[in-house]
Design a protein around this ligand. Structure first.
Ligand code: HEC
Ligand code: HEC
Length: 488
Protein backbone atom coordinates (compact mmCIF):
# COMPACT_ATOMS: atom_id res chain seq x y z
CA UNK A 1 0.00 0.00 0.00
CA UNK A 2 1.18 3.49 -0.66
CA UNK A 3 1.61 5.85 2.21
CA UNK A 4 -1.35 7.92 3.15
CA UNK A 5 -2.42 7.14 6.68
CA UNK A 6 -1.09 9.78 8.96
CA UNK A 7 -1.08 9.70 12.69
CA UNK A 8 1.05 12.74 12.68
CA UNK A 9 1.88 14.29 9.42
CA UNK A 10 5.32 13.20 8.41
CA UNK A 11 4.93 13.93 4.79
CA UNK A 12 7.33 16.51 3.57
CA UNK A 13 8.93 16.79 6.94
CA UNK A 14 11.66 14.34 6.39
CA UNK A 15 12.98 15.07 2.99
CA UNK A 16 16.03 16.28 4.48
CA UNK A 17 18.76 18.20 4.34
CA UNK A 18 21.36 18.81 2.63
CA UNK A 19 24.27 17.24 1.87
CA UNK A 20 26.37 18.38 -0.50
CA UNK A 21 27.04 21.70 -1.26
CA UNK A 22 27.99 24.41 0.77
CA UNK A 23 29.56 27.61 1.05
CA UNK A 24 32.49 29.73 0.80
CA UNK A 25 33.62 32.72 -0.94
CA UNK A 26 36.38 34.70 -2.25
CA UNK A 27 36.01 38.33 -1.66
CA UNK A 28 38.40 39.77 -4.10
CA UNK A 29 36.56 42.03 -6.46
CA UNK A 30 36.73 40.35 -9.81
CA UNK A 31 38.52 42.47 -12.35
CA UNK A 32 37.06 42.80 -15.79
CA UNK A 33 39.56 41.11 -18.03
CA UNK A 34 37.40 41.61 -21.09
CA UNK A 35 38.00 45.30 -20.95
CA UNK A 36 41.58 44.83 -21.97
CA UNK A 37 41.83 45.83 -25.57
CA UNK A 38 39.28 46.66 -28.17
CA UNK A 39 40.17 44.46 -31.14
CA UNK A 40 42.48 46.50 -33.36
CA UNK A 41 40.93 45.08 -36.52
CA UNK A 42 37.26 44.67 -35.75
CA UNK A 43 35.97 41.47 -37.30
CA UNK A 44 32.78 41.68 -39.30
CA UNK A 45 31.13 39.41 -36.70
CA UNK A 46 32.36 40.37 -33.25
CA UNK A 47 33.13 37.40 -31.01
CA UNK A 48 31.04 37.24 -27.84
CA UNK A 49 32.98 38.00 -24.69
CA UNK A 50 34.57 34.77 -23.57
CA UNK A 51 35.93 34.43 -20.08
CA UNK A 52 36.71 30.80 -19.49
CA UNK A 53 38.89 29.27 -16.88
CA UNK A 54 39.95 25.62 -16.82
CA UNK A 55 39.51 24.06 -13.39
CA UNK A 56 42.48 21.89 -12.37
CA UNK A 57 41.90 18.28 -11.34
CA UNK A 58 42.67 17.00 -7.86
CA UNK A 59 43.35 13.57 -6.41
CA UNK A 60 40.29 11.65 -5.20
CA UNK A 61 39.92 8.73 -2.80
CA UNK A 62 38.16 6.00 -4.73
CA UNK A 63 36.95 2.85 -3.00
CA UNK A 64 34.82 -0.13 -3.96
CA UNK A 65 31.78 0.22 -6.25
CA UNK A 66 29.74 -2.66 -4.82
CA UNK A 67 30.30 -1.63 -1.21
CA UNK A 68 29.52 1.94 -2.21
CA UNK A 69 26.09 1.10 -3.60
CA UNK A 70 25.25 -1.01 -0.56
CA UNK A 71 26.29 1.78 1.78
CA UNK A 72 24.38 4.36 -0.22
CA UNK A 73 21.05 2.51 -0.05
CA UNK A 74 21.40 0.75 3.34
CA UNK A 75 24.22 2.51 5.16
CA UNK A 76 24.11 4.36 8.46
CA UNK A 77 25.31 7.77 7.31
CA UNK A 78 22.49 9.26 9.37
CA UNK A 79 22.53 8.89 13.14
CA UNK A 80 19.20 10.29 14.29
CA UNK A 81 15.65 10.11 12.98
CA UNK A 82 12.09 9.01 13.62
CA UNK A 83 11.82 5.63 15.45
CA UNK A 84 10.85 2.96 12.92
CA UNK A 85 7.40 2.07 14.28
CA UNK A 86 6.45 5.71 14.65
CA UNK A 87 7.61 6.37 11.10
CA UNK A 88 5.56 3.56 9.63
CA UNK A 89 2.52 4.53 11.66
CA UNK A 90 2.94 8.17 10.71
CA UNK A 91 3.59 7.88 7.02
CA UNK A 92 2.29 4.43 6.16
CA UNK A 93 4.18 1.58 4.57
CA UNK A 94 5.48 1.88 1.04
CA UNK A 95 6.10 -1.50 -0.52
CA UNK A 96 7.06 -0.32 -3.99
CA UNK A 97 10.66 -1.15 -3.01
CA UNK A 98 12.19 0.31 -6.16
CA UNK A 99 15.67 -0.17 -4.66
CA UNK A 100 14.92 -3.87 -4.02
CA UNK A 101 16.12 -3.57 -0.44
CA UNK A 102 15.61 -6.28 2.13
CA UNK A 103 14.45 -6.36 5.76
CA UNK A 104 12.57 -3.38 7.15
CA UNK A 105 13.94 -1.13 4.39
CA UNK A 106 11.74 -3.04 1.93
CA UNK A 107 8.71 -1.42 3.57
CA UNK A 108 9.70 2.23 3.39
CA UNK A 109 10.05 4.60 0.45
CA UNK A 110 13.38 4.77 -1.38
CA UNK A 111 14.12 8.28 0.00
CA UNK A 112 14.50 6.88 3.52
CA UNK A 113 16.74 4.35 5.20
CA UNK A 114 16.21 2.55 8.48
CA UNK A 115 19.40 2.25 10.54
CA UNK A 116 20.40 1.63 14.15
CA UNK A 117 21.15 4.79 16.09
CA UNK A 118 24.16 4.70 18.41
CA UNK A 119 21.93 3.64 21.33
CA UNK A 120 20.49 0.73 19.34
CA UNK A 121 17.09 2.27 18.51
CA UNK A 122 15.97 1.58 14.95
CA UNK A 123 15.36 4.93 13.29
CA UNK A 124 14.37 6.19 9.84
CA UNK A 125 16.03 9.15 8.17
CA UNK A 126 16.16 10.60 4.67
CA UNK A 127 19.06 9.36 2.53
CA UNK A 128 20.98 10.74 -0.48
CA UNK A 129 18.32 9.40 -2.88
CA UNK A 130 15.78 11.87 -1.50
CA UNK A 131 17.50 14.37 -3.79
CA UNK A 132 19.68 12.18 -6.03
CA UNK A 133 17.21 9.72 -7.54
CA UNK A 134 14.06 10.14 -9.53
CA UNK A 135 11.78 8.95 -12.28
CA UNK A 136 11.93 9.69 -15.99
CA UNK A 137 9.19 8.18 -18.16
CA UNK A 138 8.33 6.00 -15.16
CA UNK A 139 11.85 4.61 -15.08
CA UNK A 140 13.54 4.90 -11.68
CA UNK A 141 17.12 6.16 -12.00
CA UNK A 142 19.58 6.41 -9.11
CA UNK A 143 21.76 9.46 -9.75
CA UNK A 144 19.12 11.43 -11.62
CA UNK A 145 18.44 14.66 -9.72
CA UNK A 146 15.03 14.72 -8.04
CA UNK A 147 13.27 17.31 -10.18
CA UNK A 148 9.96 17.05 -8.34
CA UNK A 149 10.69 17.34 -4.60
CA UNK A 150 8.61 19.93 -2.81
CA UNK A 151 10.67 22.23 -0.61
CA UNK A 152 8.01 24.93 -0.47
CA UNK A 153 6.72 23.30 2.72
CA UNK A 154 8.17 24.32 6.05
CA UNK A 155 9.36 21.05 7.49
CA UNK A 156 9.33 22.53 10.98
CA UNK A 157 5.57 23.19 10.87
CA UNK A 158 4.70 19.64 11.88
CA UNK A 159 7.64 18.87 14.08
CA UNK A 160 5.73 19.76 17.25
CA UNK A 161 3.08 17.19 16.44
CA UNK A 162 5.66 14.59 15.49
CA UNK A 163 7.52 15.21 18.73
CA UNK A 164 4.35 14.88 20.80
CA UNK A 165 3.49 11.67 18.98
CA UNK A 166 6.92 10.17 19.61
CA UNK A 167 6.92 11.26 23.21
CA UNK A 168 3.50 9.67 23.82
CA UNK A 169 4.31 6.51 21.94
CA UNK A 170 7.55 5.82 23.78
CA UNK A 171 6.90 7.20 27.26
CA UNK A 172 8.29 10.70 27.31
CA UNK A 173 11.55 12.51 26.69
CA UNK A 174 13.58 10.13 28.82
CA UNK A 175 13.07 7.21 26.47
CA UNK A 176 15.85 5.84 24.28
CA UNK A 177 13.61 6.49 21.29
CA UNK A 178 13.43 10.18 22.13
CA UNK A 179 17.20 10.31 22.53
CA UNK A 180 17.59 8.75 19.07
CA UNK A 181 15.18 11.29 17.59
CA UNK A 182 16.25 14.49 19.34
CA UNK A 183 19.06 15.71 17.04
CA UNK A 184 16.86 15.19 14.00
CA UNK A 185 14.18 17.32 15.68
CA UNK A 186 16.62 20.11 16.48
CA UNK A 187 17.98 20.19 12.94
CA UNK A 188 14.55 20.24 11.33
CA UNK A 189 13.48 23.06 13.63
CA UNK A 190 16.56 25.04 12.61
CA UNK A 191 16.39 24.49 8.85
CA UNK A 192 12.58 24.45 8.39
CA UNK A 193 11.84 28.17 8.12
CA UNK A 194 15.16 29.03 6.44
CA UNK A 195 15.10 26.63 3.52
CA UNK A 196 11.80 27.33 1.78
CA UNK A 197 11.84 27.50 -1.99
CA UNK A 198 9.23 29.40 -3.99
CA UNK A 199 8.59 26.61 -6.48
CA UNK A 200 8.22 22.88 -6.32
CA UNK A 201 11.22 21.17 -7.90
CA UNK A 202 13.72 23.82 -6.78
CA UNK A 203 16.25 22.53 -4.23
CA UNK A 204 17.60 24.39 -1.17
CA UNK A 205 20.52 22.04 -0.40
CA UNK A 206 23.05 24.87 -0.46
CA UNK A 207 21.04 26.71 2.15
CA UNK A 208 20.43 23.67 4.33
CA UNK A 209 24.18 23.26 4.60
CA UNK A 210 24.62 26.88 5.59
CA UNK A 211 22.08 26.61 8.37
CA UNK A 212 23.49 23.37 9.74
CA UNK A 213 27.04 24.69 9.71
CA UNK A 214 25.87 27.79 11.58
CA UNK A 215 24.73 25.49 14.41
CA UNK A 216 27.90 23.42 14.64
CA UNK A 217 31.44 23.95 15.78
CA UNK A 218 33.78 23.74 12.79
CA UNK A 219 36.24 21.40 14.56
CA UNK A 220 34.24 19.23 16.94
CA UNK A 221 31.09 19.46 14.76
CA UNK A 222 29.07 19.61 17.99
CA UNK A 223 25.64 21.24 17.85
CA UNK A 224 24.70 24.53 19.51
CA UNK A 225 21.07 25.61 19.75
CA UNK A 226 21.97 29.26 19.20
CA UNK A 227 23.56 29.66 15.78
CA UNK A 228 27.12 31.01 15.60
CA UNK A 229 26.13 33.36 12.79
CA UNK A 230 22.78 34.74 11.70
CA UNK A 231 21.66 33.18 8.45
CA UNK A 232 18.86 35.00 6.62
CA UNK A 233 15.67 33.36 5.37
CA UNK A 234 16.50 33.99 1.72
CA UNK A 235 16.94 30.85 -0.38
CA UNK A 236 18.73 30.84 -3.73
CA UNK A 237 17.45 27.68 -5.40
CA UNK A 238 19.39 25.10 -7.39
CA UNK A 239 18.59 22.15 -9.56
CA UNK A 240 20.23 18.82 -8.67
CA UNK A 241 23.04 17.76 -11.04
CA UNK A 242 23.01 14.19 -12.35
CA UNK A 243 25.58 12.02 -10.61
CA UNK A 244 26.84 10.37 -13.78
CA UNK A 245 28.47 13.67 -14.77
CA UNK A 246 30.76 13.84 -11.75
CA UNK A 247 33.43 11.54 -13.17
CA UNK A 248 34.26 14.17 -15.76
CA UNK A 249 34.25 17.15 -13.41
CA UNK A 250 37.16 18.67 -11.56
CA UNK A 251 34.86 20.65 -9.27
CA UNK A 252 31.60 19.87 -7.56
CA UNK A 253 28.42 21.93 -7.81
CA UNK A 254 27.05 24.26 -10.48
CA UNK A 255 29.12 27.12 -9.09
CA UNK A 256 32.15 24.81 -9.03
CA UNK A 257 33.26 25.77 -5.55
CA UNK A 258 33.77 22.16 -4.40
CA UNK A 259 37.46 21.39 -4.90
CA UNK A 260 40.00 18.87 -3.66
CA UNK A 261 38.52 15.93 -1.72
CA UNK A 262 34.96 15.24 -2.95
CA UNK A 263 34.36 12.46 -0.40
CA UNK A 264 34.55 14.88 2.50
CA UNK A 265 31.72 16.94 1.05
CA UNK A 266 29.34 13.96 1.13
CA UNK A 267 29.63 14.05 4.92
CA UNK A 268 27.92 17.44 4.73
CA UNK A 269 24.62 15.55 4.55
CA UNK A 270 25.38 13.89 7.88
CA UNK A 271 25.44 17.31 9.56
CA UNK A 272 21.69 16.93 9.85
CA UNK A 273 21.89 14.08 12.31
CA UNK A 274 25.39 13.37 13.65
CA UNK A 275 26.47 13.91 17.25
CA UNK A 276 30.01 15.06 16.68
CA UNK A 277 33.12 14.43 14.62
CA UNK A 278 33.52 10.85 15.84
CA UNK A 279 30.73 9.88 13.44
CA UNK A 280 32.17 12.08 10.69
CA UNK A 281 35.47 10.27 11.00
CA UNK A 282 33.77 6.90 10.74
CA UNK A 283 31.93 8.06 7.61
CA UNK A 284 35.12 9.40 6.12
CA UNK A 285 36.35 5.82 5.69
CA UNK A 286 33.15 4.84 3.81
CA UNK A 287 32.71 7.75 1.43
CA UNK A 288 35.39 6.60 -1.05
CA UNK A 289 33.11 3.62 -1.77
CA UNK A 290 30.20 5.97 -2.51
CA UNK A 291 32.42 8.02 -4.79
CA UNK A 292 33.46 4.84 -6.62
CA UNK A 293 29.78 4.02 -7.13
CA UNK A 294 28.98 7.55 -8.37
CA UNK A 295 31.92 7.35 -10.78
CA UNK A 296 30.62 4.03 -12.11
CA UNK A 297 27.28 5.49 -13.22
CA UNK A 298 26.55 5.95 -16.92
CA UNK A 299 24.01 8.33 -18.42
CA UNK A 300 20.73 6.65 -19.44
CA UNK A 301 20.26 6.26 -23.20
CA UNK A 302 17.51 8.15 -24.98
CA UNK A 303 14.58 5.70 -24.93
CA UNK A 304 12.72 6.92 -28.03
CA UNK A 305 13.52 6.95 -31.70
CA UNK A 306 16.45 8.98 -33.03
CA UNK A 307 16.67 10.21 -36.63
CA UNK A 308 20.28 9.22 -37.38
CA UNK A 309 20.63 11.36 -40.51
CA UNK A 310 19.42 14.45 -38.77
CA UNK A 311 21.62 13.73 -35.72
CA UNK A 312 24.60 13.46 -38.10
CA UNK A 313 23.73 16.91 -39.44
CA UNK A 314 23.65 18.21 -35.88
CA UNK A 315 27.13 16.99 -34.99
CA UNK A 316 29.09 19.63 -36.95
CA UNK A 317 26.78 22.33 -35.58
CA UNK A 318 27.60 21.12 -32.08
CA UNK A 319 31.29 21.05 -32.92
CA UNK A 320 31.21 24.57 -34.18
CA UNK A 321 29.12 26.16 -31.43
CA UNK A 322 29.23 24.05 -28.31
CA UNK A 323 32.32 21.82 -28.06
CA UNK A 324 34.63 24.51 -26.76
CA UNK A 325 32.63 24.71 -23.53
CA UNK A 326 30.82 21.37 -23.25
CA UNK A 327 33.45 19.03 -24.71
CA UNK A 328 33.13 16.35 -27.36
CA UNK A 329 31.41 12.97 -27.20
CA UNK A 330 31.78 9.54 -28.72
CA UNK A 331 35.14 8.17 -29.86
CA UNK A 332 37.06 11.43 -29.52
CA UNK A 333 35.69 12.26 -26.10
CA UNK A 334 37.07 15.34 -24.33
CA UNK A 335 35.87 17.64 -21.59
CA UNK A 336 37.53 20.98 -20.83
CA UNK A 337 36.18 21.64 -17.28
CA UNK A 338 35.56 25.30 -17.91
CA UNK A 339 34.31 27.76 -15.38
CA UNK A 340 32.47 30.35 -17.44
CA UNK A 341 32.23 33.89 -16.09
CA UNK A 342 28.86 35.43 -15.31
CA UNK A 343 29.44 38.00 -17.99
CA UNK A 344 29.95 35.34 -20.63
CA UNK A 345 27.15 33.01 -19.59
CA UNK A 346 24.57 35.62 -18.53
CA UNK A 347 22.39 33.14 -16.63
CA UNK A 348 20.95 34.14 -13.25
CA UNK A 349 23.87 35.46 -11.18
CA UNK A 350 22.37 35.05 -7.68
CA UNK A 351 23.79 31.61 -6.89
CA UNK A 352 27.29 32.54 -7.94
CA UNK A 353 27.02 35.92 -6.19
CA UNK A 354 25.96 34.22 -2.99
CA UNK A 355 29.44 32.78 -2.69
CA UNK A 356 31.48 35.71 -3.96
CA UNK A 357 29.81 38.61 -2.18
CA UNK A 358 31.53 39.42 1.11
CA UNK A 359 29.35 39.11 4.21
CA UNK A 360 29.55 37.85 7.78
CA UNK A 361 27.85 34.67 6.74
CA UNK A 362 30.19 34.02 3.82
CA UNK A 363 33.15 34.77 6.00
CA UNK A 364 31.94 32.28 8.54
CA UNK A 365 31.39 29.58 5.95
CA UNK A 366 34.63 29.96 4.12
CA UNK A 367 36.40 29.65 7.40
CA UNK A 368 34.09 26.90 8.71
CA UNK A 369 34.69 24.60 5.77
CA UNK A 370 38.22 25.45 4.79
CA UNK A 371 39.85 25.58 8.21
CA UNK A 372 37.63 23.26 10.28
CA UNK A 373 37.24 19.47 10.25
CA UNK A 374 36.10 19.39 6.61
CA UNK A 375 39.02 21.32 5.18
CA UNK A 376 41.86 19.84 7.15
CA UNK A 377 43.30 16.40 7.86
CA UNK A 378 45.00 14.08 5.42
CA UNK A 379 42.30 14.70 2.78
CA UNK A 380 40.69 18.12 2.91
CA UNK A 381 37.80 19.64 1.04
CA UNK A 382 38.32 23.13 -0.33
CA UNK A 383 35.68 25.67 -1.18
CA UNK A 384 36.92 28.06 -3.73
CA UNK A 385 34.41 30.54 -5.13
CA UNK A 386 35.69 32.21 -8.25
CA UNK A 387 32.31 33.26 -9.62
CA UNK A 388 30.56 31.96 -12.73
CA UNK A 389 29.18 28.55 -13.59
CA UNK A 390 30.72 25.31 -14.77
CA UNK A 391 29.83 24.37 -18.35
CA UNK A 392 28.49 20.90 -17.53
CA UNK A 393 29.09 17.71 -19.51
CA UNK A 394 26.00 16.97 -21.61
CA UNK A 395 25.89 13.16 -21.28
CA UNK A 396 22.27 12.08 -20.85
CA UNK A 397 21.18 15.72 -20.95
CA UNK A 398 17.84 14.67 -22.51
CA UNK A 399 16.88 13.24 -19.08
CA UNK A 400 17.82 16.11 -16.78
CA UNK A 401 15.17 18.79 -17.41
CA UNK A 402 14.56 21.43 -16.23
CA UNK A 403 17.77 23.19 -17.31
CA UNK A 404 20.38 25.58 -15.98
CA UNK A 405 21.66 25.65 -12.42
CA UNK A 406 18.28 26.85 -11.15
CA UNK A 407 16.04 24.67 -13.31
CA UNK A 408 14.49 27.76 -14.89
CA UNK A 409 14.11 26.42 -18.44
CA UNK A 410 11.77 23.51 -19.23
CA UNK A 411 13.32 22.21 -22.46
CA UNK A 412 16.61 22.08 -24.35
CA UNK A 413 14.91 23.74 -27.33
CA UNK A 414 14.44 26.79 -25.10
CA UNK A 415 18.03 26.60 -23.87
CA UNK A 416 18.93 26.99 -27.56
CA UNK A 417 16.52 29.86 -28.27
CA UNK A 418 16.23 32.37 -25.46
CA UNK A 419 13.35 34.22 -27.13
CA UNK A 420 11.02 31.28 -26.48
CA UNK A 421 11.51 31.04 -22.71
CA UNK A 422 8.30 31.91 -20.81
CA UNK A 423 8.30 34.24 -17.82
CA UNK A 424 5.87 32.02 -15.88
CA UNK A 425 5.40 28.32 -16.54
CA UNK A 426 4.07 25.27 -14.81
CA UNK A 427 4.40 21.55 -15.32
CA UNK A 428 2.59 18.45 -14.10
CA UNK A 429 5.55 16.87 -12.24
CA UNK A 430 4.49 13.61 -13.85
CA UNK A 431 7.61 11.86 -15.18
CA UNK A 432 5.80 10.66 -18.33
CA UNK A 433 4.84 14.21 -19.32
CA UNK A 434 7.93 14.35 -21.51
CA UNK A 435 8.29 16.46 -24.66
CA UNK A 436 10.22 14.40 -27.25
CA UNK A 437 10.39 17.23 -29.75
CA UNK A 438 11.84 19.89 -27.51
CA UNK A 439 13.60 17.55 -25.06
CA UNK A 440 12.31 18.32 -21.61
CA UNK A 441 9.05 18.78 -19.78
CA UNK A 442 5.73 19.63 -21.33
CA UNK A 443 4.69 22.85 -19.69
CA UNK A 444 1.93 25.44 -19.63
CA UNK A 445 2.71 29.10 -19.99
CA UNK A 446 1.08 31.12 -17.20
CA UNK A 447 0.35 34.84 -16.95
CA UNK A 448 1.48 35.13 -13.36
CA UNK A 449 2.50 32.92 -10.45
CA UNK A 450 -0.66 31.16 -9.36
CA UNK A 451 0.66 28.41 -7.11
CA UNK A 452 3.79 26.60 -5.99
CA UNK A 453 3.82 24.62 -9.23
CA UNK A 454 4.33 27.82 -11.23
CA UNK A 455 7.95 28.72 -11.92
CA UNK A 456 8.29 32.50 -11.68
CA UNK A 457 11.43 33.64 -13.46
CA UNK A 458 11.12 37.19 -12.10
CA UNK A 459 12.09 36.08 -8.58
CA UNK A 460 15.63 36.53 -7.31
CA UNK A 461 17.66 33.45 -8.20
CA UNK A 462 14.97 32.08 -10.52
CA UNK A 463 15.86 34.05 -13.66
CA UNK A 464 15.95 32.32 -17.06
CA UNK A 465 18.12 34.66 -19.11
CA UNK A 466 21.52 34.13 -20.64
CA UNK A 467 23.22 31.29 -22.54
CA UNK A 468 22.28 32.76 -25.90
CA UNK A 469 24.71 30.59 -27.87
CA UNK A 470 21.92 28.89 -29.82
CA UNK A 471 19.96 32.03 -30.67
CA UNK A 472 21.73 32.67 -33.94
CA UNK A 473 21.01 29.19 -35.31
CA UNK A 474 18.28 28.65 -37.89
CA UNK A 475 15.32 26.47 -36.91
CA UNK A 476 16.63 23.75 -39.19
CA UNK A 477 20.03 23.83 -37.50
CA UNK A 478 18.46 23.82 -34.05
CA UNK A 479 16.37 20.76 -34.88
CA UNK A 480 19.47 18.92 -36.10
CA UNK A 481 21.36 19.93 -32.97
CA UNK A 482 18.52 18.69 -30.73
CA UNK A 483 18.60 15.36 -32.55
CA UNK A 484 22.33 15.12 -32.00
CA UNK A 485 21.95 15.91 -28.28
CA UNK A 486 19.70 12.83 -27.97
CA UNK A 487 22.72 10.67 -28.78
CA UNK A 488 24.87 11.95 -25.90
C1 HEC B 1 18.44 17.94 0.20
C2 HEC B 1 18.83 17.39 -1.07
C3 HEC B 1 20.16 16.66 -1.16
C4 HEC B 1 20.59 15.57 -0.42
C5 HEC B 1 19.86 14.87 0.67
C6 HEC B 1 21.88 15.22 -0.95
N1 HEC B 1 22.22 16.06 -1.97
FE1 HEC B 1 23.89 15.99 -3.07
N2 HEC B 1 23.35 17.71 -4.03
C7 HEC B 1 22.16 18.36 -3.86
C8 HEC B 1 22.15 19.55 -4.67
C9 HEC B 1 21.00 20.54 -4.81
C10 HEC B 1 23.39 19.61 -5.30
C11 HEC B 1 23.89 20.74 -6.21
C12 HEC B 1 24.19 21.97 -5.37
C13 HEC B 1 24.83 23.06 -6.15
O1 HEC B 1 25.39 22.80 -7.22
O2 HEC B 1 24.83 24.20 -5.68
C14 HEC B 1 24.12 18.42 -4.89
C15 HEC B 1 25.37 18.07 -5.33
C16 HEC B 1 25.96 16.84 -5.09
C17 HEC B 1 27.13 16.36 -5.77
C18 HEC B 1 27.92 17.13 -6.82
C19 HEC B 1 27.49 16.77 -8.17
C20 HEC B 1 28.14 17.62 -9.23
O3 HEC B 1 28.17 17.16 -10.36
O4 HEC B 1 28.58 18.74 -8.95
C21 HEC B 1 27.40 15.11 -5.28
C22 HEC B 1 28.50 14.17 -5.72
C23 HEC B 1 26.42 14.82 -4.27
N3 HEC B 1 25.55 15.90 -4.19
C24 HEC B 1 26.39 13.68 -3.50
C25 HEC B 1 25.50 13.47 -2.46
C26 HEC B 1 25.57 12.36 -1.52
C27 HEC B 1 26.59 11.24 -1.58
C28 HEC B 1 24.53 12.50 -0.65
C29 HEC B 1 24.19 11.65 0.54
C30 HEC B 1 25.27 11.42 1.46
C31 HEC B 1 23.81 13.70 -1.06
N4 HEC B 1 24.45 14.27 -2.14
C32 HEC B 1 22.66 14.17 -0.46
C33 HEC B 1 21.12 17.96 -3.06
C34 HEC B 1 21.19 16.94 -2.12
C1 HEC C 1 30.86 29.87 -23.52
C2 HEC C 1 30.60 28.54 -23.07
C3 HEC C 1 29.36 27.84 -23.59
C4 HEC C 1 28.96 27.64 -24.88
C5 HEC C 1 29.64 28.12 -26.15
C6 HEC C 1 27.78 26.83 -24.82
N1 HEC C 1 27.44 26.57 -23.52
FE1 HEC C 1 25.91 25.46 -22.87
N2 HEC C 1 26.31 25.97 -20.96
C7 HEC C 1 27.41 26.70 -20.55
C8 HEC C 1 27.33 26.91 -19.12
C9 HEC C 1 28.33 27.65 -18.26
C10 HEC C 1 26.13 26.31 -18.71
C11 HEC C 1 25.56 26.32 -17.28
C12 HEC C 1 24.74 27.59 -17.10
C13 HEC C 1 23.93 27.62 -15.82
O1 HEC C 1 23.62 26.55 -15.29
O2 HEC C 1 23.60 28.71 -15.38
C14 HEC C 1 25.54 25.71 -19.88
C15 HEC C 1 24.36 24.99 -19.87
C16 HEC C 1 23.87 24.29 -20.96
C17 HEC C 1 22.75 23.39 -20.93
C18 HEC C 1 21.92 23.06 -19.71
C19 HEC C 1 22.54 21.90 -18.98
C20 HEC C 1 21.80 21.53 -17.74
O3 HEC C 1 21.83 20.35 -17.38
O4 HEC C 1 21.20 22.39 -17.09
C21 HEC C 1 22.61 22.87 -22.18
C22 HEC C 1 21.57 21.87 -22.64
C23 HEC C 1 23.62 23.48 -23.01
N3 HEC C 1 24.37 24.33 -22.24
C24 HEC C 1 23.78 23.21 -24.35
C25 HEC C 1 24.62 23.95 -25.17
C26 HEC C 1 24.66 23.82 -26.59
C27 HEC C 1 23.86 22.82 -27.40
C28 HEC C 1 25.57 24.72 -27.05
C29 HEC C 1 25.92 25.05 -28.46
C30 HEC C 1 24.88 25.71 -29.22
C31 HEC C 1 26.11 25.40 -25.88
N4 HEC C 1 25.50 24.92 -24.78
C32 HEC C 1 27.09 26.38 -25.93
C33 HEC C 1 28.41 27.16 -21.35
C34 HEC C 1 28.38 27.18 -22.73
Amino acid sequence: MKKHVKIFALTGLLLFGYACSSDSNNYEPVPDPDEQSPAPNPEPEPEPILELDAIPSSAQRIGDVVKGYDFLINGNYMSSGVPYQAFVQGSGEDNTNVLERSGDNANIAYEYTAVDAANGVRIVSPNCMSCHAGFINNEFVVGLGNHAADFTINRADNIGLVSTGISLLYGGPNSDEWAAYNQFRKSIEAIGPKTLTKTRGANPADKITRVLAAHRDKNSLEWTDTPNVNVSDEVIPTDVPAWWLLKKKNAMFYHAIGRKDFCKSFIGSALLTLDDKTKAEELDTKMPDILAYIYSLEAPSYPFEIDDDRAAQGKPIFEENCVKCHGSYGDDESYPNLLVSLKTIGTDPALSDLYTTPSNVNDYFLDWFNTGWFGTGSAGLEFNAEGGYLAPPLDGVWATAPYFHNGSVATIAQVLDSSTRPKYWSRSFNSTDYDKENLGWNYTEEVFKTDKETYDTTLKGYGNGGHIFGDKLTNEQRLALLEYLKTL
